[in-house]
Design a binder for this molecule. Structure first.
Ligand code: SF4
Length: 151
């Protein structure tokens, strides 16, 4: 969940457009509800159990500019400064995992769900939970790309 400071920061990026802010928060809240219990079980300290020593899917964060490829440079500069992008580790912090709130992560990061986590999510939620996640993420991507991350 976003704290007030990060929420204000999102406002700033969205140019104070309330409609987009409430839409983004609506969809990201859904994601937090679906993911967080399962992430606590599958990821130890937010690190991947299987690839603990290599930071799993986040190991290339610093090399790949946190997987951002379409963001406006100005937007990226603001995000990198606020959340302190580290030239050696990216946004990954040992023992903490990704310090970037989901609202600000690249679509690559939002989209990635490993097989173990998929299985856990399916067990917990049943139905077409994976399809539901895909739909939510595509909605977030669409809103963001229309506003703060235009191509
Ligand atoms: S931004 Fe966060 S989720 Fe994405 S690769 Fe970096 S540490 Fe991992």
């Amino acid at each position: 969940m976003l704290n007030q400071g990060d929420r204000n920061f999102l406002y700033q990026l969205l140019d104070n457009n309330d409609r987009y802010l409430s839409q983004i928060l609506y969809f990201t809240n859904k994601l937090y509800k679906i993911f967080d219990d399962s992430v606590e079980i599958i990821c130890v300290d937010n690190e991947c159990k299987k690839y603990r020593s290599t930071r799993g899917c986040c190991q290339d964060c610093y090399r790949n500019n946190a997987h951002f490829s379409h963001a406006r440079q100005l937007t990226l500069d603001l995000i990198f400064k606020r959340f302190k992008f580290n030239k050696e580790t990216g946004f990954f912090v040992d023992g903490k995992g990704c310090i970037l709130p989901r609202e600000f992560r690249s679509c690559t990061c939002l989209n990635f769900v490993c097989d173990d986590l998929r299985r856990e999510l399916q067990l917990r939620h049943g139905g077409d939970i994976l399809g539901e996640i895909e739909t939510i993420i595509s909605m977030i991507s669409r809103i963001r790309y229309e506003t703060i991350f235009p191509t």
